[in-house]
Design a protein around this ligand. Structure first.
Ligand code: 13P
Length: 247
């Protein structure tokens, strides 16, 4: 089945109000690529100014707490980012799984929080280099899917991003065949968990996506978009990736 491509950016802990000027060119390119959905996740402090600056672009958060409110100093809820103008959030990014010791259960709770707040979610999974070298990539990734997929998982609000940890920010990418194999395994696992809805769910690839490799990676079987870190920080690099998604 034909799934609409989703090209999503993740600014991580980068950016400033001045850097939001990059969103102007990104929004203009998105307007000229009507067949593709474009979204950018930004640091929490930039959600409101970004949403105000480019109302046509989907602006998202990079993380949310699972609770709606409460005694969680320093945390931000899905309801709060929604009120600031976010229409989606990333959950379970490997940097948070590693740095904040987020478990699959935590990620599942965060995805459920997004649904509760009425926003979308991009749920990230991916193996480490040691896990890949041990031949465990597929079992690790499908295990993360089983452990972190929220109740009510459906394609109209949830996408999955496969981001091999060893490919993030390193300039290394898996082969197209390797990406297709893992995406196929993810979709097969989703079919077991959510039945026919698995065919509609978008599976993004993330990890060192650039203007140079985007077209090839986006052409792999079962790849329905990209989650882009470094190359999403400037229109000069992100716009060609949007165009690759539209091709
Ligand atoms: P890079 O594109 O910088 O490798 O980052 C990928 C990523 O982690 C997106 O969430």
């Amino acid at each position: 089945m034909a799934r609409r491509k989703l090209i999503a950016g993740n600014w991580k802990m980068n950016g400033s109000v001045a850097a939001l000027a990059e969103l102007d060119g990104i929004a203009a390119a998105a307007a000229h690529a009507p067949g593709v959905d474009v979204a950018i996740a930004v640091p929490a402090t930039l959600i409101a100014p970004a949403a105000q600056r480019v109302p046509a672009l989907a602006i998202g958060a990079e993380d949310v707490h699972m609770a709606a409110s409460g005694a969680h100093t320093g945390c931000i809820s899905a309801e709060m980012v929604a009120a600031a103008g976010a229409t989606f959030t990333i959950v379970g990014h490997s940097e948070r799984r590693a740095d904040q010791q987020e478990s699959d259960a935590d990620v599942k709770g965060k995805a459920a929080a997004a649904r509760r707040a009425g926003i979308g979610a991009i749920l990230c999974v991916g193996e480490t280099l040691a896990e890949r070298d041990a031949g465990d990539a597929e079992s690790v990734v499908t295990g993360q899917i089983a452990g972190s997929l929220p109740d009510g998982a459906a394609a109209d609000w949830l996408s999955i991003a496969y981001e091999p940890v060893w490919a993030i920010g390193t300039g290394r990418t898996p082969t197209v065949a390797d990406v297709a194999a893992i995406h196929g395994a993810i979709r097969a696992k989703l079919a077991v968990l959510i039945g026919d809805e698995a065919v509609r769910m978008r599976l993004l690839y993330g990890g060192s996506v650039t203007p140079d490799n985007a077209r090839e990676l986006l052409g792999a079987d079962d790849v329905d978009g990209a989650l882009v870190g470094g190359a999403s920080l400037t229109a000069a690099k992100f716009v060609p990736i949007i165009e690759a998604g539209a091709a």
